[in-house]
Ligand binder design. Structure first.
Ligand code: UD1
Ligand code: CA
Length: 458
């Protein structure tokens, strides 16, 4: 059996009130339709076809990949018409081949639920993913005969009072024997309340031809929820984040409040990791064992090794943090920051494209950019690496055990030798030799003749 998957994504999404096509709106940092494509791929299909619509070239660009075909549906004459556009892209079907129809704006369906649906269609059946809703308004209803067998789907707008009382609805997701699909779609008519070619009408055709119709249910209702508005998008985001938080708790991560964490990518955590409220994780974040992250930190594509503490309000991006470091509060690690173990980066310290050796500290108010900092270096408050002359970036090299006094400006390219001392307030433009005190400092003067100006009294 070969599986083809058709993803319907031609709908305009007017209610999003946005220039961005609906299915490209991000959920957990990833386009809605990308969630659907990822779920589709997990079923190892032969082919994935995305149906996009007017203004949807951005959809095509966003998803371009060798295993994805695209068909444009213009104008949009209904879900049946949408699936029709995919047919030329599907291979000559074998006897047991199936086509699974998904919606690009229904992002949270679990692969296991899709696999169960595909399983239910085995043996040439048509299988529909259905769900029982308290309020089924707007949905297509599953009409069953006296014996319980599915007879057809009736759309809300076409349904009678009695049919509208049915709580079991079509989620829109169905698996159809590919060999029969083309013939059924050819026979669709648009004489219905919406003047559309309904994909759902193929169910009655299947029944008429003696093709068995099966149903499967997802384990949770949210798997079938779609996005038509920003408010629904926000609701699904919360559901998805709650699920991620729950999975982290089950793995043993301590979350101070599972309702106040956002993971937009992959967060992997070792044992005894604790995360305070308001943290945002993006891209790939890997946390080792025994790590604590204070409130309101942001980490994007970061690797942190065991025993490190990241204090409140720290911002880390494309950075590597070694074991037993102390970062923050209010620290910023920018792309290319690589810290060895036992490094301390304190408040209002920014590190960019620099390596910092074991045991080194920059505890307050400093900028370290394009630098190679050795081990056990002390970088005083207010120290700046002047790495940029307006045209080029240059490198600062600081040897092991150097002590940089407060408020030093190190004008790169510059070399500070191992064990060198730099006097506070110095502007260093030439090599500072190892093991020696180097400073540049204007002489302090007191002006004896100076008198304070008389203050105005009016
Ligand atoms: C559809 C189903 C309904 C089901 C409901 C679940 C039909 C006729 N009805 O209704 O039984 O309960 O979904 O949400 O299938 N689309 C296109 N091209 C089109 C029309 C739609 O690509 O011409 C896409 C949309 O972008 C969307 C999906 O198909 O992703 C469903 O379209 P929508 O208009 O939301 O269908 P409903 O009327 O809600
Ligand atoms: Ca819909």
């Amino acid at each position: 059996m070969a599986l083809d998957i058709v993803i319907l994504a031609a709908g305009q999404g007017k209610r999003m009130n946005s220039a961005l096509p609906k299915v490209l709106h991000p959920l957990a940092g990833k386009a809605l339709v990308r969630h659907v494509v990822d779920a589709a791929r997990s079923l190892n299909p032969r082919r994935i076809v995305v149906i996009y619509g007017h203004g949807g070239e951005a959809v095509r660009e966003a998803l371009a990949a060798p295993d994805i075909g695209f068909a444009r549906q213009e104008p949009q004459l209904g879900t049946g018409h949408a699936v029709m556009q995919a047919l030329p892209l599907l291979a000559q079907p074998g006897p047991d081949d199936l086509t699974l129809v998904l919606y690009g704006d229904v992002p949270l369906t679990r692969p296991a639920s899709l696999a169960a649906l595909v399983g239910a269609a085995a043996g040439g059946k048509l299988a529909i993913l259905t769900v029982d809703l308290g309020d089924a308004t707007g949905y297509g209803r599953i009409v069953r005969g006296a014996g319980g067998a599915v007879l057809r789907i009736v759309e809300h707008k076409d349904a009678s009072e009695a049919e509208r009382a049915i709580g079991e609805v079509n989620t829109g997701i169905m698996a159809v024997p590919t060999r029969r699909l083309g013939g059924w779609l050819d026979r669709l008519s648009n004489s219905n309340a919406q003047g559309e070619y309904y994909l759902t009408d193929i169910v009655a055709m299947a029944v008429g031809e003696g093709v068995a119709v099966a149903t499967a249910q997802p384990s949770a209702e949210w798997e079938t929820l779609g996005v038509n508005s920003k408010s629904q998008l926000a609701m699904l985001e919360r559901i998805h984040q709650r699920n991620i938080a729950q999975a982290l708790l089950e793995q043993g991560v301590t979350l101070m409040d599972p309702a106040r964490i956002d993971v937009r990518g992959l967060l992997s955590a070792g044992r005894d990791v604790s995360i305070d409220v308001g943290c945002v994780f993006e891209g790939d974040v890997v946390l080792g064992n025994d790590i604590s992250i204070g409130p309101h930190c942001f980490l994007r594509n970061v690797r942190v090794r065991a025993g490190t503490r990241i204090e409140a309000f720290s911002h880390l991006e494309d950075a590597e943090v070694g074991a037993h470091c102390r970062i923050g509060p209010y620290a910023r690690l920018r792309p290319g920051a690589r810290l060895d173990e036992h490094v301390h980066i304190g408040n209002f310290v920014e590190v960019k494209k620099s390596t910092i050796g074991a045991g080194s500290k920059a505890n307050h108010l400093a900028y370290v950019g394009d630098a190679e900092v050795g081990r056990k270096v002390n970088i005083g408050a207010g120290t700046i690496t002047c790495n940029y002359d307006g045209v080029n970036k240059s490198k600062t090299v600081i040897g092991d055990g150097a002590f940089i006094g407060s408020d030093a400006t190190l004008v790169a390219p510059i070399n500070i030798g191992a064990g060198a001392y730099i006097g506070a307030g110095s502007t260093i433009t030439k090599e500072a030799p190892a093991g020696k005190l180097t400073l540049t400092r204007a002489k302090q003067a007191t002006i004896e003749s100076w008198r304070p100006k008389a203050k105005r009294t009016d």
